[in-house]
Design a protein around this ligand. Structure first.
Ligand code: FAD
Length: 280
């Protein structure tokens, strides 16, 4: 089997959208449904597709501040202008017919985006840029191993919703406790285990690592996808490569945030692998 991952690229377009609805998927995750005429032409195609949200800045007029675009795309904002505050969020759902986009925000303490989402109400405006592209992993592997914390859960849910009927999938999701579990539909042959941090702070738990160490791969070729806190993924990346013997071309293990660091602006991926390349 070829197992060829392909990339699809899009023009980077800045958009200003309006909050249409806000819902709590769990007590600590807000689903923000965005819409507006700027969504016309929005494209996405893969579970990991994500946008940069551009927030209003403190002391501003409440309007989102978008990055500057020049002939070569996004450019540094001149120092005398308000600097955009941008964070990465997965496209949890896109409904072109309704002109709507869902983003799921983890409501953690002390983050600009999390704070914005916690207070968001219909009519509020936010900018988005991206996706820059889609990284399309083929569905021709014999099995899939997926893992995430709450920040990777929107993408993991999209994986489960996209994988075809009957494909064996093992999925591990780290959450604070049972209240953070979500119902996810899939036609694949899914074994999904919710792993509770049980009082351990986000980004400090080894529950994902322990689950992966106990995982016995089925026969055949597998693809491994993980997203979550960068430090917790490092031992997992090593285990997948060294103990499970999976070639980096057949993995995508991506740090989505880093404990103690504001806005991990690059995804921490396997240094030997072109980092998906399809970031917003
Ligand atoms: C490709 C990609 C897709 C992503 N998709 C999603 C998504 O769909 N939903 C989502 O919620 N996040 C997602 N993230 C992660 C999100 O971008 C980060 O968590 C981001 O730091 C949040 O911004 P903030 O302004 O709230 O916090 P920041 O201002 O960046 O950080 C402030 C402090 O909060 C800490 N922090 C950041 N995130 C968390 C967290 N989840 N829990 C506890 N502490 C945290 C930081 O370490 C820092 O100390 C994604 C990241 C990437 C790279």
């Amino acid at each position: 089997m070829a197992h060829e991952t392909t990339a699809r690229w899009y023009e980077l377009v800045p958009r200003v959208l309006e909050v249409r609805r806000v819902a709590r998927v769990t007590p600590r995750t807000a689903r923000i449904t965005l819409g507006g005429s700027d969504l016309a032409g929005f494209q996405q195609a893969a579970p990991g597709d994500h946008v940069k949200v551009c927030l209003p800045v403190p002391g501003g007029d409440g309007e989102p501040v978008l990055p500057v675009f020049g002939d070569d795309g996004m450019e540094p904002t001149p120092p005398d202008r308000p600097q955009p505050i941008m964070r990465d969020y997965t496209v949890r759902a896109h409904r072109p017919e309704a002109g709507e986009l869902d983003l799921d925000f983890v409501l953690h303490v002390g983050g600009a985006a999390a704070q914005w989402a916690a207070a968001a109400a219909p009519g509020d405006r936010i900018g988005i840029v991206g996706p820059r592209g889609s990284l399309i992993v083929p569905f021709d592997y014999d099995w899939y191993l997926l893992g995430a914390d709450e920040t990777g859960l929107p993408a993991l849910a999209r994986w489960l919703e996209s994988l075809p009927a009957g494909v064996p999938v093992t999925a591990f999701v780290e959450v604070a406790d049972a209240e953070d579990e979500q119902k996810i539909d899939s036609v694949a042959d899914v074994s999904l285990t919710w792993l509770h941090r049980a009082g351990v702070a986000p980004g400090r738990s080894d529950v994902l690592e322990r689950a992966v160490r106990a995982f016995v791969p089925p026969a055949g070729d597998g693809f491994v996808w993980f997203a979550g806190e960068a430090g917790t993924l490092r031992p997992i990346r090593r285990h997948v490569r060294n103990e499970l013997g999976i070639h980096p071309d057949h993995t995508d293990i991506d740090g989505y945030w880093k404990a103690g660091t504001v806005n991990l602006d690059h995804h921490e991926a396997d240094p030997d692998v072109a980092d998906g390349g399809a970031g917003a």
